[in-house]
Design a protein around this ligand. Structure first.
Ligand SMILES: Nc1ncnc2c1ncn2[C@@H]1O[C@H](COP(=O)(O)OP(=O)(O)O)[C@@H](O)[C@H]1O
Ligand SMILES: [Mg+2]
Length: 440
């Protein structure tokens, strides 16, 4: 049910609630409606509040109707992150859409079980595309964001509850889940978003999950979604050995024209209220490509609209000047943390190894040795020496560190360009690495 009149296409109730909440917090219009609560005999303070409200009301152009203001606020809300589940604005990703659709068709028409692993950087449209496909599909499915599972081993009891509406103990949950899916006559599709949350030191939960579609007599298929491309490759080599590895679908990062098309599609919906100059849009898209996360683009546009907004005016035009202001302010103090967070898990393991050394003259060889210890502690097989060097050069390309001296590759000294604190902040919440930070 919609809570307020809107010019936007349909969005989920949850999204609307969030948007309404957001609106209630940030909209000055809503604040004006509130009568100041005078419960303390602080006369001066109360007078100041009343004066401020009168002033705000004077600033509103009396010729503009409440409806017009509502419409501008609605138009703006299209760029709010809280409205970002809306699937009506999805553009592009045709190849990825076809691959997912074909996977689903195979389950439905050919009765073929399967597993698919979708990977790509944060904000590159994985969840939104999946949501759009599922909404149109008739397949019986369960969508679960694994962030909502407190501990990986609780996944099976959560699935028993969500898929079959039953309760089970933690101990019996895997067997219970298996017996229920064996008994199910219809194909079931499990879509597990942020599946990397289920990664344990030995990967046992993910093994069990990805083995299910190929074990016994069931009709279950799995789609796992996560940011890191190498999750199944590096951490689940046993699946590969058994020939049970999922099909991999990699969402490449967006190119500048794709980002621009995504933003234009939203702007098209609100063109009567909001205009963004072409060059401003291009500047914004360029910045977003560098970051890789479309949500940042939505943020930039919203901030630029707010800069361009003139009180009482029912439409806005965002110019290059507005956008430049926003983009200049967007150099975040924690951009290194952001950069590290968006690296794959192997890069993070190598950085954690560097972090643990904590001394000034660290060579590639030192980091390799510490990295091998890190891998043992978290129970993974680790990279070969040449693969390790590849990761080192990735970290150089991304500007996280550089190599100081010439000499053999392993003897080169490393100069870090981010702080060790940034490494800690960015890596300590990563499930597989968090145990390494426990005693700090
Ligand atoms: N191709 C696209 N078209 C329209 N919006 C997109 C597209 N890709 C991403 N977005 C928007 O970017 C935001 C983040 O996308 P999301 O699917 O949550 O990213 P991911 O799951 O890859 O981290 C969402 O608001 C989504 O609507
Ligand atoms: Mg997602």
């Amino acid at each position: 049910m919609r809570t307020r009149r809107s010019i936007l296409p349909s969005v989920s109730t949850e999204t609307q609630d969030l948007a309404a909440k957001d609106e209630a917090i940030s909209s000055p219009r809503k604040k004006q409606k509130r009568t100041p609560k005078i419960d303390k005999p602080d006369h001066h303070k109360n007078m100041a509040i009343v004066e401020k409200i009168n002033q705000d009301q004077e600033n509103i152009n009396p010729n503009i109707s409440r409806e017009a203001l509502d419409k501008l606020a609605d138009a703006k809300s299209i760029f709010r992150r809280s409205a970002d589940n809306t699937i009506d604005f999805y553009v592009g990703r045709q190849k990825e859409r076809d691959t997912i659709q074909e996977f689903i068709n195979n389950i439905q028409s050919k009765n073929k079980n399967g597993s698919l692993y979708i990977a790509g950087c944060p904000g590159c449209g994985k969840t939104a595309l999946m949501a759009q496909i599922l909404e149109k599909s008739k397949i019986v499915h369960t969508f679960l964001n694994c962030m909502t599972v407190e501990e990986p081993r609780q996944i099976f009891s959560k699935l028993v509850a969500k898929v079959f509406g039953k309760e089970t103990t933690l101990k019996d949950s895997f067997e219970c889940f298996k017996s229920n899916i064996d008994a199910s006559k219809k194909p079931i599709l499990l879509v597990l978003d942020e599946i990397d949350q289920l990664l344990t030191a030995n990967g046992d939960i993910l093994y069990k999950l990805f083995e299910i579609p190929f074990s016994s007599n069931n009709k279950i298929s799995i789609i796992g979604i996560a940011n890191s491309l190498d999750l199944t490759d590096r951490f689940l080599p046993r699946l590969k050995l058994k020939g049970l590895e999922p099909k991999i679908l990699h969402f490449q990062s967006y190119k500048i024209n794709e980002i621009s098309d995504i933003l234009k599609k939203r702007l098209e919906f609100v063109k009567d209220r909001i205009k963004v100059q072409d060059i401003a849009l291009e500047l914004c898209s360029r910045k977003v490509v560098a970051i890789g996360d479309v949500r940042k683009g939505l943020d930039f546009i919203l901030q630029a609209i707010e800069k361009a907004e003139i009180k009482g005016k029912e439409s806005v035009e965002v110019t290059v000047a507005h956008m430049v202001q926003v983009l200049n302010n967007s150099i975040q103090p924690n951009s290194s943390v952001f950069k590290i967070k968006s690296l794959n898990i192997q890069c993070k393991c190598v950085l954690v190894a560097f972090y643990r050394l904590q001394n000034k003259h660290i060579t590639v060889e030192n980091v390799l040795k510490e990295y091998e210890i890190v891998c043992k502690q978290i129970g993974t097989s680790g990279l070969s020496r040449s693969e390790f060097l590849d990761i080192c050069s990735t970290l150089e390309t991304t500007g996280i560190w550089s190599f100081q001296t010439k000499g053999s590759q392993f003897q080169k000294r490393i100069q870090l360009h981010v702080s060790t604190d940034d490494i800690k902040v960015a890596c300590q919440k990563e499930k597989i690495l968090e145990s390494l930070f426990l005693n700090e």
